[in-house]
Design a protein around this ligand. Sequence first.
Ligand SMILES: *Cc1c(COP(=O)(O)O)cnc(C)c1O
Length: 352
Amino acid sequence: MTASHDYRTRPLIDIRSDTVTKPTDAMRRAMADADVGDDVLDGDPTTRRLEAMVAERLGKEQALFFPTGTMANQVAIWLHTQPGTEIFVDAESHIVHWEMAGASALAGVQLYPVHGTTSVMQAADLAAAFRPFSAQGMDASLVCYENTHNGAGGVVTSLDASRALFNVARSAGLPVHLDGARLWNAAAATATSLADFASCADTVMVSFTKGLGAPVGAALAGRAEHIARAYKIRKRFGGGMRQSGVLAAAAIYGLEHHFARLAEDHEAARYLANLIDGVGGATVVQPDTNIVMLDLPSPSADDIVARAQSLGVLVSAWTPSRIRAVTHLDAPMALIAATAPLLMRAIAESLS
Ligand SMILES: *Cc1c(COP(=O)(O)O)cnc(C)c1O
């Protein structure tokens, strides 16, 4: 924190996202040492090992490795739906806001964004969104939900609430896809297993580049017939990868060494939330997991982001009046504690 420190190229802390983590030396060694093959031609052994681990942990028949969570979500939407149908999805979800209208452009489906009565879509909200049967009505084909919910602030949908969502979808005859990019965090924050959460969906996407700290990758898990179709669709989307074991090795390393430490990120998030809550009249959404959302009394997010950056602290503007900070592997408690006063100063000066 010396005056000569160049904050533009080397901030003191980057808590814009849990995707900014860099692979650790040990993870890089695991990548370098990975046993590999051509996964499009006749298979990559390390990728097979990762897929088996993910299927086992999620209690699903099979899993398939993807370069990104976005591609895995889009392949899931494609495989469950038909063009010209409608899918029900949380209005503030990643699929609605951050996937370039992929569901419409690729699968040709219409999104029905369901607003939650709490910050996250609940079973009753979904049930209320279903259209009454009509011979003139369009067909629905899928329900998607997100756990943890990023836009709401890393909010966990409990096992009971997940089951209720699944049952409402089932009673309407609809399959369910779970965007579980941070399902690891939901499991770490509760007494619920990954498999119990995953049982509340037909297909589940999990990401390795968030809390687990891998540079690349996600997986889609589900029944064998779904994953067999996902395999072909992944290839169509350009997601067939060759010596993907180099990447899968990083994901395996993250599962084996970084899953168990996610509770530390949650503790750091609670710590940060308590410090910044109330500063300048801003209010935090008390974090369930590793995402801290700060709601501002005025649309000053960009100003706070710029002031914080000039002090060496990178956070992001989620909306004009909401700041997001995310704790992760490369932002340990001690660093959060050392830099939180700088963030508090940026907030206080902006809102004064
Ligand atoms: C990050 C994220 C994704 C997409 O993952 P990418 O690998 O960045 O494409 C999907 N859903 C949620 C909730 C996410 O946070």
